[in-house]
Design a protein around this ligand. Structure first.
Ligand code: SF4
Length: 269
């Protein structure tokens, strides 16, 4: 295993051992929203819908702020109130960039939880379920694709202690932070989901998902799209520092204006 792989795996194992409280720190800086996501599986699942195209901290505050605006997060109310949900999401300041699609995802998710899971999001990931099955179930929700489903499954295991089978089949999300770190550290030389998945399997064959949060945090905290902080990076001593690589493509950096438009810095992509 490369030095980078070993260092990243060690970091991932440290995060996993730290447990739920410290694993990824707070989901969001808004304390009541963070508490809600950690306490309520339904708020977590709705939060996953928000995790796209906006900064992570803002996304994970979404469920709480939606509940504040609606006066409730009752699933039956949400499922039967598409206009109210749409208005709550879009009211300034809007809760998300996707003011048209996100409300539809939220309403559909509430309806699916009621019709298929007895109104309990934790029934999507009961103990003993295989990680691939949980990922598939999450993917069935409108607005949750492969990347978000993989990310959510890893969070369930790491942060919430879900006892799922098949850790060896877990993976890292094909996230812009992860991709940038994998590229610049030389774990991959091409920016494809397959390359990321295979590299994670080579580094951590027993539990590739162990690398997910570790790489994401390195990307967010040190391996920034512009001005990476290599000297402060926990991979700095072993990383080849291929900083000319970006998740938008291998090779010379794009112009700053292009990078600014294309690179969702500190966003969940
Ligand atoms: S910040 Fe520098 S040392 Fe750290 S992963 Fe990125 S390129 Fe490597």
């Amino acid at each position: 295993m490369s030095g980078v792989g070993a260092a990243l795996l060690t970091y991932g194992e440290q995060l996993a051992a730290a447990g739920a409280a410290q694993a990824g720190g707070a989901f969001t800086d808004l304390a009541p929203a963070d508490e809600l996501v950690k306490r309520s599986p339904e708020a977590f699942l709705l939060g996953v819908l928000f995790t796209q195209g906006i900064p992570a901290e803002r996304a994970w505050a979404g469920s709480y702020l939606l509940g504040q605006r609606l006066g409730t997060l009752d699933l039956a109310y949400i499922a039967s109130s598409p206009d109210a949900v749409a208005a709550a999401v879009a009211a300034p300041p809007a809760l998300h960039r996707f003011v048209h699609t996100l409300p539809r995802w939220i309403v559909a998710a509430a309806g699916r939880l009621l019709s298929e899971y007895g109104g309990s999001a934790s029934a999507v990931w009961p103990d003993g379920t295989h990680v691939l099955e949980v990922t598939r179930r999450l993917r069935d929700f409108d607005g949750i694709g492969e990347k978000k489903a993989t990310m959510a499954t890893e969070i369930l295991v790491r942060h919430f202690g879900a006892r799922l089978k098949g850790a060896e089949c877990g993976s890292v999300a094909y996230d812009v932070q992860v991709r940038r770190v994998f590229l610049r550290s030389g774990l991959i030389s091409e920016d494809t989901p397959r390359a990321v998945r295979e590299a994670a399997c080579l580094v951590a064959p027993n539990a590739p998902g162990t690398l997910d949060l570790a790489a994401w945090l390195v990307g967010r905290e040190s391996c920034r799209p512009r001005a990476p902080r290599c000297d402060a990076c926990r991979l700095g001593a072993v990383c080849p520092r291929l900083v000319g690589r970006n998740a938008e493509g291998v090779g010379p950096r794009r112009s700053q204006s292009s990078a600014r438009k294309k690179s969702p810095e500190s966003s969940l992509g």
